[in-house]
Write a protein that binds this ligand. Sequence first.
Ligand code: XUL
Ligand code: CO
Length: 439
Amino acid sequence: MKEFFPEIPYIKYEGPKSKNPFAFRYYDPDRVINGKKMREHLKFALSYWHTMCGDGTDMFGRGTFVKNFGAEDVMEVYKNKAYAAFEFMDKLSVDYFCFHDRDIAPEADTLKETNERLDVISDLIKELMEKYDKKLLWGTANCFNNPRYMHGAGTSPNAEVFAFAAAQIKKAIELTVKFGGNGYVYWGGREGYETLLNTDMKLELDNMARLLKMTSEYARSIGFKGDFYIEPKPKEPTKHQYDFDAATVIGFLNKYGLYKDFKLNIEANHATLAGHTFQHELCTARINGMFGSIDANQGDMLIGWDTDQFPTNVYDTTLCMSEVIKAGGFTNGGLNFDAKTRRGSFTPEDIALAYIAGMDAFAFGFLKAMEIEEDGRLGEFVKNRYASYETGIGADIVNGNITIEELEKYALEKGDVIEAVKSGRQERLETILNEVIFN
Ligand code: XUL
Ligand code: CO
């Protein structure tokens, strides 16, 4: 069989001292930690769109990568993308992939023809999944690229566009089920608005909920057992994306009675675009029982858009994995590299090196997050900081055993409570974090 990446070897674990660029320093896929292999703790996924399709096009220049994989006929190109994707996953020990419908097969003139193309390529992908023992983390529909979606899909002012989006999502769900997918993602591509001068926000939000309800119920009716995820993002492409951040999405799901069947897919770069840390978004999802999956990447704090860089910041990966551990680990979710190399890093080797960087950064983060747990000092500090709620008046507050009048009486008797207030010790705690990371 044709090898698509002869320049990329099989990547093996060589340990932190290795100078071999094509080796893992921290990711040792079959190493067992707490009864589970690292590959099962981390559940890395390849993003089909960036890795097999993204060609480096930006607002100021055309593509710098050629991704036709040696073919000219459009269907042959997409077949070769599939062969190349599985060769890449095999060489990198990436066990999962994520896809949009339009990443795996090109759109044709009619929906019927497009669906027929999807049937052909999805048969091939299913075969390759079995051959290489790879799994689908999640599928999704690209309801934002085609001009018909210029004003949104589920939130389009045009009902015909809503109908088309519903039909497209139906097919994407069928493909997800065909691949035995663990999840289905809704990222609100153009579900948002530019100006209220032309927008009925209430109808748009109601319609978005209608689309989620209809399509998720359909998925269950055809046997989908995985998770539905909403992926929050505050802006880009629209100025006001409806799924702004985790808290907004949780409020939306609650309002429309959808919270039971949905979780969140948290993306690092989307968190920072919303003015939050990655950890904040993960924590918000976790404490609301909505933690699901992760789009692993990082942004550039000096650039105000979604740069989708491969994650190398080990503070972020450590704090992220701490949240994952607190959530009890991944169930259906995992770490999807929704990430691309910079436009100037245009060779296949660059893409492999970027995956190695991201996988090692997360493997390192996971090991350090486990050490933070074992060390216990950070957890202990937080526990003690709230100790006043465990007894006395604090326990009464938490248990709802006290009235406002009784609280007033208590405060009046005390006169002041400043002596009870203790230091937050932020700098000391940051030093403990550094100690763990650098030891
Ligand atoms: C866009 C983004 C998407 C979703 C899937 O910012 O993150 O790739 O992850 O549609
Ligand atoms: Co994403």
